[in-house]
Design a protein around this ligand. Sequence first.
Ligand SMILES: Nc1ncnc2c1ncn2[C@@H]1O[C@H](COP(=O)(O)OP(=O)(O)OP(=O)(O)O)[C@@H](O)[C@H]1O
Ligand SMILES: [Mg+2]
Length: 324
Amino acid sequence: MNALETNGLSKEYTGNWGKRTKVSALNGLTIQVEHGQIYGFLGPNGAGKSTTIKLLLGLIAPTAGTGSLFGISIHDKRARERVGFLPEDPSFCAYLRADEFLDLCGKVLHMDREQRKKRIAETLQMVGLPDKATTRISQFSRGMLQRIGLAQALMNKPDLVVLDEPLNGLDPYGRKELKALLQVQKSQGKTVFFSSHILSDVQEMCDQVGILNRGQLVECGKLKEMLPVRNVRLKVSTMDMDTVNRLEPLVASMTREHHHWIIQLEGASRTDEVCAILRGHAQQSIEITRTTETLEEFFFRRIEENNLERGITRPEPIMAMAEA
Ligand SMILES: Nc1ncnc2c1ncn2[C@@H]1O[C@H](COP(=O)(O)OP(=O)(O)OP(=O)(O)O)[C@@H](O)[C@H]1O
Ligand SMILES: [Mg+2]
């Protein structure tokens, strides 16, 4: 059983009062998130990420399709018992102190007084606010608000943490700490599903990734298998002239470095063929390094391709307009 699943999940927003316009925010989303994985949910502004998250949390109803958390339908409120949630741009009761706010969250979660006291101290420590327990939320900076939001999402020790742009507003320390915190969740067997625009962090952290564009899933799967290999570098100790001649038409370059040969291939398609030739000529050792596209390169390429396929033209960027 997956921790999170959707099947053909769709959402169409109806327009404002008196307007008949409809916005198709999500079209037939089908994804699976395995237990104990960190899943990065990506897409340009307006792609449908927050809509998906609200559907999963039962905050809005789908127009079509289904979804489940730990095998329980998203229409059933029991699906959310093991979930912690940080919304996009959270706002809190500003007049409460951090500990009072978390205490209130604990009460909503039916935790007893002792449990609440212990967990408030733990979560404030986890999000780097141990000294802010008695500070009013109205005095919090943007990054601190994000941290207290994260603390409330972790209050009930959730098995699935759903975070809508948790890296927003965090300073470099905060980003680093959040990444470490999510890794700890993973090491405890918890599942993390989060949306983000910070692709380098997503590449560093995530096992699985889904990319949305204008309501449609463009890519999904394991990150390691998703990013295409850009080039392959082989390091071998010796090569005779016959091997060099046979490899020449197959490789991008062959150079001697110190006591080794460095062979570069464009893409990965000829790796097996090249290795077979090297092994056939009794080479002692072959060290292979693969360089993949970065997630950022992959993201831009796939979104552009998807836009082209769907005949979508992006509005002129601000910079281009300024120069025109
Ligand atoms: N309440 C609403 N009523 C009408 N349209 C909405 C509503 N909420 C969102 N939308 C539209 O649905 C689409 C998806 O919005 P959503 O907030 O899910 O995007 P997102 O991927 O989270 O974007 P961002 O990266 O900016 O947070 C957008 O076109 C948005 O304008
Ligand atoms: Mg959003």
